[in-house]
Design a binder for this molecule. Structure first.
Ligand SMILES: *Cc1c(COP(=O)(O)O)cnc(C)c1O
Length: 385
């Protein structure tokens, strides 16, 4: 790909953006620049790289690629999704107030509640699918609104366009954690967000072999500030991890299509199954915000939550019987995973809050992989009986 200004489509960008052949050898794949430091011609005279915490060519290629996929000017890579959140929260100061969606990712809740609260930042956890409640939660000190859509594990859809518009009026930065959709199905910056955040550990890498995070923005001032924190705090990914994620990204568009195709079929299958009480998937007409999902997403992703009939023991029996689905935390890989939010991913949320959110003992969350659909359906069916 030669002209980086051309309006290329997503799949072309996923494979080529930021990754021209390496100029000294012609290597088609971006090398893993496994170096911590760089030779200088004269003190201060270098070729743009001084030290790999600050910048590394493999990381630059990876950041450029993600920026292209999110239609952003800038992207910054971190060593985990939560390290990205850490850098973003460091743009705040004691006394500042943050509004977060209530069923936010468990680790995000924990860093807000157990790390940044202690440092004097205040948080309100609000059902942001209710715009009136969202607007009422703003205070003079509100500096940031933190959204996830769809939320996890209840897969509520937040109206990103309306929430970012409210935030702008109130002079607050709006952040969208886009992990569940990936830039292939949802572009939060185009919906008005200032920052988009990813755990690339999930769909973007897609092979369950790297932990990493990324943010993207079109706001120059925010970018400069966050670039400073990337270097000053130092939670950067290693060159090998940057390489692995770029390799994963080359199939992101193909994987996302297949995740979504499998997921809608499995959601419809479960919806009719006598052992299932209720299925939550944004692509189902029965999802209360199906229309909003249709409006702001270009696909519905690969995450499904459902309530099995009965209680904890029924959920346990089912989870012990699956064969292709692996009982494990995390999501977004090519392989199908299944888990019990109340005991596993959302255990760090206090029991009362879990109940209020609807994370009951018969709730199960699945990350639908890209295996053959009939095998996945058969597996669920045999485990349900
Ligand atoms: C996994 C996840 C995170 C945290 O990312 P790590 O890479 O595990 O640090 C944040 N948000 C969402 C929605 C996630 O699924």
């Amino acid at each position: 790909m030669k002209n980086s200004d051309a309006p290329y489509q997503f799949g072309t960008l996923a494979i080529h953006a930021g990754q021209p052949p390496e100029p000294t050898t012609g290597a088609v794949m971006t090398p893993i620049f496994q170096t911590s430091t760089y030779a200088q011609k004269s003190p201060g005279k270098h070729q743009g790289y001084e030290y790999s915490r600050t910048d590394n060519p493999t990381r630059t290629a990876y950041q450029t690629c993600i920026a292209a996929l999110e239609n952003a000017q800038h992207a910054l890579a971190f060593s985990s999704g939560l390290a990205t959140t850490d850098a973003i929260l460091h743009t705040l100061k004691p006394g500042d107030h943050v509004i977060s969606c209530d069923d936010v990712y468990g680790g995000t809740f924990r860093i807000f509640d157990k790390v940044f609260k202690k440092m004097g930042i205040e948080f309100s956890f609000i059902d942001l699918s209710d715009l009136k409640k969202a607007e009422a939660a703003f205070r003079p000190a509100t500096r940031m609104i933190w959204m996830e859509s769809p939320t996890n594990p209840m897969l509520k859809i937040l109206d990103i366009g309306s929430l970012t518009a409210i935030a702008k009026r109130k002079n607050a930065i709006s952040v969208v954690d886009n992990t569940f959709m990936s830039p292939y199905f949802q572009k939060p910056l185009q919906l008005g967000a200032d920052l988009v955040v990813h755990s690339i550990t999930k769909y973007i890498n897609g092979h369950s072999d790297v932990v990493g995070g990324m943010l993207a923005t079109n706001n120059n001032q925010l970018y400069q500030e966050l670039k400073f924190f990337q270097n000053a705090i130092g939670a950067v990914p290693a060159p090998m991890d940057c390489f692995l994620v770029m390799r994963g990204i080359k199939t992101l568009h193909v994987r996302m299509e297949r995740h979504a195709q499998n997921a809608i079929e499995i959601a419809r299958f479960l919806e009719k199954h006598p052992r299932i009480e209720r299925v939550i998937y944004p692509g189902l007409e029965s999802h209360p915000q199906h229309c909003l999902a249709r409006k702001q997403m270009s696909g519905f992703g690969g995450m499904i939550s459902f309530f099995i009939r009965g209680g904890l023991q029924d959920a346990r029996n089912f989870l012990e019987k699956v064969r292709i689905f692996t009982l494990a935390e995390s999501l977004g890989g090519v392989e199908s995973l299944i888990e019990h939010p109340a005991i596993m991913t959302h255990a760090s949320i206090p029991a009362e809050s879990r109940q209020a959110l609807g994370i009951h003992d018969n709730l199960i969350r699945m990350s639908i992989g890209i295996e053959d659909l009939s095998d996945l359906k058969d597996d669920l069916n045999q485990a349900l009986y």
